[in-house]
Write a protein that binds this ligand. Structure first.
Ligand SMILES: [Zn+2]
Length: 285
C-alpha cells in the first residue's frame, strides 16, 4: 500500500515509510539491516505528544477508551536504531523503536527517516556512470530519456561487471555493432536499441549482416522494449541472444550487487532527524 504513494510522487520532499516495511521502496530489493549506534533520543514526553495523533485516529476507527492509550512511563524502553540499506539502488532508512505499554496493550512506537531519490537529468552526458546506474535501477522508466550513446556505455559498464572486456564503437559510424564484448578470447557483437517500439525482424536481419561483415559469430541484441513475433525464432537459428527491457533490468540489478559500491556516508545519518511515523499495537485490539 505504501508503495503506491511513492509511485504518485516523482520526488517527494518529505517521505515516511511504513515501520514494518523491509523492502526498498524504489526497486523492491530486500533491505540489508544493521544496528547503528543510536544518537537519537526521544523523551517519553515527546513520545506521548506524538502518540496523540495516532490515538485520535484509532479512537475514531475503533471507539476505544482513553485508558487503552494511557502510556506508562516505567515501561518506556528504547531499542537501538537500525539502518536498512538497498544494496542495489542505494535507498536507505533509519528506524528506531520505543516500547511502552498501557492497560491491556503493548505498543511499538517508531521514529524514522529515509532517503529520497533526487531527480537526475539522465540526458546529461556528464553524469557519472555509477550515479546513472543507481538512478536507473530506482527509476527504470527513465531509460527512454538517456542519451543513446550514454546508454551504450552503460551496457558496456554492466557487462564489465560480469567479467567481459567491453568497448563501445564510435557513435556515428558503428556499422551495426555498438559494443564489442570479449571474454575467454571470444568476441561478441552487441546491438543496443533504446527503443519504445517493438524490434522488427528486419532489424535482427541487419544485425546478422553486421556480425557477418565484422566476422563475428556471436551476438547479443539488447532492446529497452520488446520484440516482434518471428524475431526469437530467427535469432535462435543464428545463435543470437535477445534481451528485452525486463531482462536487462534484471541484469542491471545483478550487476549492482556485484559492484556493491553503494556509498553510504555516516554524515547523512548525523544530519538526519527522526520523525514519528506511527505506532503498532502488539496485542490484538
Ligand atoms: Zn533499491
Amino acid at each position: 500500500m505504501q508503495k503506491t504513494i511513492y509511485n504518485t510522487y516523482k520526488n517527494p520532499k518529505y517521505s515516511t515509510d511504513h515501520p514494518h516495511n523491509q523492502e526498498c521502496i524504489y526497486c523492491g530489493n530486500a533491505l540489508t539491516f544493521n544496528y547503528i549506534d543510536s544518537t537519537f533520543n526521544i523523551s517519553f514526553e515527546e513520545l506521548k505528544l506524538d502518540f496523540r495523533s495516532y490515538v485520535r485516529n484509532m479512537q475514531s476507527v475503533h471507539g476505544l477508551d482513553d485508558e487503552y492509550f494511557a502510556l506508562r512511563q516505567n515501561s518506556f524502553e528504547k531499542e537501538n536504531a537500525y539502518l536498512g540499506q538497498c544494496m542495489i539502488c542505494g535507498w536507505w532508512k533509519i528506524s528506531q523503536l520505543y516500547y511502552t505499554d498501557s492497560d491491556w496493550q503493548l505498543w511499538q512506537n517508531f521514529y524514522e527517516c529515509c532517503g529520497v531519490i533526487k531527480n537526475l537529468d539522465v540526458a546529461d552526458l556528464s553524469t557519472p556512470m555509477s550515479v546513472l546506474r543507481s538512478y536507473l535501477v530506482a527509476r527504470y522508466e527513465e531509460r527512454w530519456s538517456i542519451h543513446p550513446y550514454k546508454f551504450e556505455q552503460l551496457i558496456a559498464d554492466v557487462f564489465r561487471d560480469f567479467g567481459y572486456s567491453a568497448v563501445c564503437t564510435a557513435y556515428s559510424r558503428d556499422a551495426g555493432i555498438d559494443v564489442f564484448l570479449i571474454k575467454d578470447k571470444n568476441i561478441i557483437g552487441v546491438q543496443v536499441k533504446r527503443y519504445r517500439n517493438k524490434i522488427k525482424i528486419e532489424q535482427i536481419r541487419a544485425f546478422l549482416g553486421a556480425l557477418l561483415v565484422n566476422n563475428i559469430n556471436q551476438g547479443i541484441f539488447i532492446s529497452t522494449g520488446e520484440y516482434q513475433a518471428g524475431c526469437h525464432s530467427l535469432s535462435k537459428r543464428f545463435g543470437i541472444e535477445l534481451v528485452n527491457g525486463k531482462d536487462f533490468y534484471q541484469r542491471l540489478k545483478e550487476a549492482q550487487l556485484i559492484q556493491s559500491n553503494i556509498d553510504f556516508s555516516p554524515k547523512r545519518i548525523i544530519n538526519s532527524r527522526l520523525y514519528y511515523t506511527g505506532s503498532c499495537h502488539m496485542n490484538s485490539l
